[in-house]
Design a protein. Structure first.
Length: 306
């Protein structure tokens, strides 16, 4: 299962996700998978590491006192960093593995303010997003960053929204974001981002000294977390497995299930990805399985129950 999730994680950060966010979160939770990002071959190091956010599925079990936090939407796009030196944009990188990313400076100079008021060295982090009305909007946004042709890039309907400033300039996160807003950079705490895809809510300690004192784990800041909704699985019986030829020419296994209602649809078939996935879940004909279906995404088997 780890190899499958490694591949799913890599494809997610490359902008061609194999699973929906809900499906990946559920599998990661079931199998205690915590790896974030992917290795970049033509890499440049971020000035400040880009951490992922700890996930929380129940606000009553939040890791922070939410009264200390600023709340903002968690946008679902392509995370990047912008490096400004003495107010001038000098380097833009994809997230990559959080430590290093790929150089996209020429593209981001077309999309964001090339100058800001902050002096010295500061890194602005944020998300490149596309409107939710565009099919596969996250792929559309991530794909734009991979384009070779700048003219084609300029035609893409994408936007940059900032959510981080390092090092902190003011005593509060709110003031840091306000300063970027005043420099004509959209920020998640103030901009109307309702037209862009979102996959949760971010809670971030407002006091920057307190945030710094809380520190980080190897993967997450302790002063922030993402509240997400957990996909609910449904139990049914695996009756059979058949193999089908997809449009891409790849033969893949499909679970034949005892029909069960998932959301507003009756499900009798679900994808199994490949033979390694079947082996990792230890699936057998007649066993009980958990399946999920998010939105219009094809149903998937996520684990064996018995």
């Amino acid at each position: 299962m780890r190899k499958f999730l490694d591949r799913a994680s890599k494809l997610y950060y490359e902008g061609t996700p194999l699973l929906s966010d809900e499906e990946f979160d559920l599998l990661a939770l079931k199998h205690n998978y915590t790896t974030v990002g992917y290795e970049v071959t033509d890499a440049i190091q971020h000035t400040y590491q880009m951490y992922s956010l700890q996930k929380c599925f129940d606000l009553d079990k939040a890791p922070l006192d939410i009264s200390d936090c600023i709340v903002s939407p968690k946008l679902d796009g392509a995370a990047i960093s912008l490096l400004y030196i003495d107010g001038n944009l000098e380097l833009a990188l994809t997230r990559g593995d959080g430590v290093q990313g790929r150089d996209i400076t020429n593209k981001m100079k077309e999309l964001v303010s090339n100058t800001i008021s902050h002096k010295g060295v500061v890194q602005v982090t944020g998300e490149v997003v596309a409107p939710s009305t565009i099919p596969n909007s996250r792929n559309y946004a991530s794909g734009a960053l991979n384009l070779k042709d700048l003219e084609e890039f300029r035609k893409r309907d994408i936007t940059f929204v900032a959510y981080g400033l390092q090092p902190s300039v003011y005593s509060t996160y709110y003031e840091d974001m306000l300063s970027l807003w005043q420099d004509e950079i959209l920020v998640a705490t103030k901009a109307d981002v309702s037209s862009f895809p979102q996959d949760g809510i971010v809670y971030r300690v407002d006091n920057n000294n307190k945030y710094a004192l809380l520190g980080h784990t190897s993967k997450h800041p302790r002063g922030a977390f993402a509240l997400k909704s957990q996909a609910q699985g449904v139990e049914t019986t695996l009756i059979d497995v058949v193999w089908q030829l997809g449009k891409s020419g790849v033969v893949s296994p499909v679970a034949i299930l005892d029909p069960v209602l998932v959301g507003d649809a009756t499900v009798s078939r679900a994808t199994l990805h490949n033979i390694e996935y079947i082996r990792d879940l230890n699936l057998e004909i007649g066993c009980q399985v958990e399946i999920i279906r998010s939105g219009e995404i094809i149903p998937r088997v996520v684990r064996r129950l018995g």
